[in-house]
Design a protein around this ligand. Structure first.
Ligand SMILES: Nc1ncnc2c1ncn2[C@@H]1O[C@H](COP(=O)(O)OP(=O)(O)OP(=O)(O)O)[C@@H](O)[C@H]1O
Ligand SMILES: [Mg+2]
Length: 388
């Protein structure tokens, strides 16, 4: 399909010149024209053109304002600024504000066509990348239509766009990590890094350097300067997984980072400012850990601005049929085989199980059934291969 182009210029002559050039080169499908910035903004919003050519000096709303407003709602639409005499500096500056390029008045045929072609190519690329990103998110699909999972999804929608710290709790395999990924992907920080730290897996004497980095010579094995996870996550999200397993001394250091939004590398007293959103998760009962002196209460309150409690699978058995189908499809796709359906009786039996390992356990059971069971997973298969 031919791309649509919006030309925003208060001069009718320029609009006609540009539109004629595009038409003759058969570059555009439809051309919309707007005679000032405000009209241009509205047409951009309502018609979603593939490309915008926009004059800089215009009454009411100038080209820079249109560009800035458009970047907020439709950042993928490329802008080519049309610059008159005397606003070349502004034109150059618009590129820093996100314009793709600029051309001078009166528009030169070749230069205009090259710029338009390049801008349209780039747009295809941006859209492709977006689709790619959606595919990544598919790995973190959250299956479930139960009331319980609905509450979690609603919370994610509300909380994700904010910078609030979130503590995610729930027992093993309930999907805490999944929730953390969603909070990041649905936030303004989605294109910045998501850095995961498994606090249980890092020995307590190494955790400070892991989180905050170190300078050369800070300890024997510190042979060169190294940035920590907080610095790497700058502008993005850090996910402190299994925070309940962090030692008390590491907790004290994390507390400082959260209080002051700055860190210092081990062996250095220079403060480094970081802009990081902090998410944490644990399967421990932190209230109990606090009572028993293993977790700092002040840190708890810093982390748990928002608390998301992921329900166990036993609390949302309605979702089990959906999850069975989802994992059956998923595992079959992984193995390059056809997905296996489950008989009604098999589903009912699995729905009655005590899923102490939650969704992870269910996934493992489906995998076992697909490998060992018949073409359709029967009640017998479940009894034989998934008994507990
Ligand atoms: N609602 C869901 N839909 C689809 N898959 C899910 C869902 N919840 C969890 N899973 C899958 O189950 C597995 C376990 O989830 P996850 O790692 O997020 O759990 P967790 O709560 O972090 O577990 P742990 O406490 O053991 O660290 C993952 O493979 C995940 O993709
Ligand atoms: Mg986890």
């Amino acid at each position: 399909m031919k791309p649509s182009v919006l030309i925003i210029d208060d001069s009718k002559t320029v609009r006609q010149q540009v539109s004629k050039i595009l038409e003759n080169a058969a570059l555009s499908g439809s051309v919309f024209e707007a005679h000032d910035g405000i009209e241009g903004y509205k047409m951009m919003r309502d018609n979603h053109p593939d490309l915008i050519l926009c004059d800089i000096q215009m009454p009411k709303m100038d080209g820079v304002e249109v560009l800035e407003a458009a970047r907020k709602i439709k950042p993928e639409i490329p802008f080519i600024m049309i610059s008159g005499h005397g606003d070349l500096d502004t034109a150059v500056d618009t590129m820093r504000k996100g314009a793709f390029d600029y051309i001078s008045k009166p528009p030169d045929l070749n230069r205009l066509l090259t710029t338009v072609r390049n801008a349209l190519d780039r747009k295809d690329l941006v859209v492709e990348n977006k689709n790619l990103k959606k595919k990544v998110s598919k790995n973190y699909e959250m299956i479930g239509e139960s009331h319980e999972i609905g509450i979690i999804k609603d919370m994610i929608e509300k909380v994700a766009p904010t910078d609030a710290r979130v503590l995610i709790t729930g027992s093993n395999g309930t999907g805490k990590e999944l929730v953390a990924h969603w909070l990041h992907e649905k936030s303004q920080r989605a294109s910045a890094p998501f850095i995961e730290v498994n606090c249980a897996a890092i020995p307590s004497e190494l955790i400070e350097s892991e989180l905050f980095g170190h300078v050369k010579g800070a300890f024997t094995s510190a042979v060169k300067d190294r940035a920590g996870k907080f610095e790497t996550a700058n502008k993005g999200t850090i996910f402190l997984d299994e925070i309940g397993d962090m030692s008390l001394s590491a907790q004290a250091k994390v507390l400082r980072a959260l209080q002051e939004n700055k860190i210092s590398r081990v062996g250095s007293d220079k403060d480094i400012k970081v802009d990081v959103r902090v998410l944490a998760a644990t399967n421990k009962d932190l209230k109990k850990e606090i009572e028993e002196g293993r977790f700092r209460e002040d840190l708890y309150h810093r982390l748990a601005v928002i608390l998301i409690q992921v329900p166990s699978l036993n609390e949302r058995r309605d979702d089990i049929p959906l999850l069975l189908r989802h994992f059956s499809n998923h595992i079959a796709a992984e193995q390059g085989t056809a997905p296996k359906p489950f008989s009604q009786k098999a589903i009912a039996l699995l729905q009655g199980y005590d899923w102490t390992g939650n969704v992870r356990e269910l996934r493992n059971v489906v995998e076992r059934l697909i490998i060992l069971g018949g073409k359709e997973i029967s009640e017998e298969d479940v009894k034989l291969f998934a008994s507990k």
